[in-house]
Design a binder for this molecule. Sequence first.
Ligand SMILES: *Cc1c(COP(=O)(O)O)cnc(C)c1O
Length: 377
Amino acid sequence: MIYLSPPDVTEAEEAALVRAIRSGWVAPLGPEVTAFEAEVAAATGRAHAVALSSGTAALHLGLLLLGVRPGDVVVCSSMTFAATANAITYVGAEPWFVDADASANLNPDLLRQALATADAEGRRVGAVVPVDLFGHVVDHDRIDPIAAAAGVPLLCDAAESLGATYAGRPSGSFGELAALSFNGNKVITTSGGGALLTDDAAVAERARYLATQARQPARHYEHTEVGYNYRLSNLLAALGRAQLARLDAMVARRREIRLRYRELLGGLPGVRFLGQPEAEAGATTDNYWLTSILVEPDLAGFSSEQLGAALTAAGIESRPLWKPLHLQPVFAGARAELDGTGQWLFEHGLSLPSGSALTDDQLDTVIGVLAKVVASA
Ligand SMILES: *Cc1c(COP(=O)(O)O)cnc(C)c1O
């Protein structure tokens, strides 16, 4: 079986885990966590990173730290993994979805409209949560001023975009706060984990406090607030450090994979790639987390379903794009600012095997299967 984006672990990660175990720091926190936080902050151009048990935990704490309250609206991308909106419900707020534009990221014009409508209805908007889909950073030149004009802070869901840049700045450096994920399928992994990024030392300190059961500094375990068990363990932080040291190489490998797919499919009528066009990549670069294509069957002579079925038959994993959350039964009835683009992308899109651990032989196999479908069109 060839997977979409499996973990890419080597002897370096194995050695890091053994080092952490032998150091005796197996009890949750320890020096690997502190070092990992400093390295993640440096990699994302932030003053502080707080290592957490998941990206979802980072989003949840991020919303709490921005002061989002029950009954608030939180405006977020519709085209994303459910975790983005799940976290909004954890704080008792209501997700208000904004459709994608052709880039599959949040449409700034529809964001402006959603904020205006919420304001006209007298709703308090606690935060805007844009998502860097598949490793392509959102259009901050447009989105940030719109949120700022409405007086609403940004919590950037950068779970998929570690290692990407926008206008020369690293992913994760945008917004009041940003959330990363180190889940098993992401660009780097701690098997499970995440981080909350901030430039405010007090916010980082409060995030660490809330993530350790809101425990007051007293010998007898004193608590004045409800907290969470959200910290990353020292062992997993060691794994994360070994992964982060390889981030550039892993992004470079994912880029090579993107270029191979472009070679085969790039010039075909009716086929389009999501993400930054290679020719325009400069100060804005993807991390190439997933290579995703859009296929218009009338023009291409084949569909994304046909490609996906041929890959499945050959033991190769592929996936449709995230099903927009406004179409998910669990969020039926949620407010949304839509123009149909997300649904179109969902119905025509396919994500291809993109993991940095993919070997050249495996990539040749995938390309061979795709080439056959293309040739028979
Ligand atoms: C993976 C992901 C998350 C959640 O991260 P976990 O570490 O799995 O909790 C949140 N948002 C997006 C867009 C993701 O892709």
